[in-house]
Design a protein around this ligand. Structure first.
Ligand code: IMP
Ligand code: MG
Length: 188
């Protein structure tokens, strides 16, 4: 695959290569396949960050499943989330009595997912689990959010690529890289 050098110049390093990601996503897909034998999970993609991970992950799950999409935005600066979550697009289908798996890109403070989990619990799913691509150190997590399936623990750096953005850019990078702080200045 051709590398877009202009995009790569904004990174101070590659954290995870596409090969490492693919291997891990396959592993998580297999685990979900084992855990949900005889079930038909509803896979929920949290737009937009989880979109790339989601499309790869569902193809590694050898089960009948359905998909749905939700778009949320958390107020705050672009490198830190504030904890106030707004639903921009809700699910299309009812999740009552369904086995639901929320697919998210990254858990940082956990505030976004905590809020979302609580909201979806209120709709009466049979079960509700979380699959996340990346998990930042749990140190500054002010909640006891449990992530059921995750691919990688990463250092406390702002990362982009494989769906993750800064200011809506870099989502198309096939690898995950650390964004050079000069791009977001002193905001972090
Ligand atoms: P939390 O609510 O602090 O867990 O933040 C989670 C959300 O913040 C994610 O869904 C991302 O949209 C965004 N986020 C947190 N860290 C990063 C990062 O390193 N790169 C890109 N987005 C991030
Ligand atoms: Mg997100």
């Amino acid at each position: 695959m051709e590398r877009n050098e202009a995009i790569y110049e904004d990174l101070c390093g590659i954290l995870l290569t596409r090969e490492q990601i693919a291997e891990k996503v396959k592993e998580i897909g297999n685990k979900i396949t084992e855990d949900y034998q005889g079930k038909e999970p509803v896979m929920i993609c949290i737009l937009k960050g989880a979109s790339v991970f989601f499309t790869d992950l569902i193809r590694e799950i050898a089960l009948p499943l359905t998909t749905d999409f939700m778009s949320i935005s958390s107020y705050g600066s672009s490198t830190k989330s504030s904890g106030v979550v707004r639903v921009l697009k809700d699910l299309d289908r009812n999740i009552l009595d369904k086995d639901v798996i929320i697919v998210e890109d990254i858990v940082d403070s956990g505030t976004t997912l905590c809020y979302l989990k609580q909201m979806l619990e209120g709709r009466g799913p049979k079960s509700l689990k979380i699959a996340a691509l990346l998990d930042k150190p749990a140190g500054r997590r002010g909640n006891d959010l449990k992530v059921d399936y995750w691919c990688f623990n990463i250092p406390d750096e702002f990362v982009v690529g494989y769906g993750l953005d800064y200011d809506e850019k870099y989502r198309n990078l096939p690898d995950i890289g650390i964004l050079d702080p000069r791009i977001y200045g002193a905001e972090k």
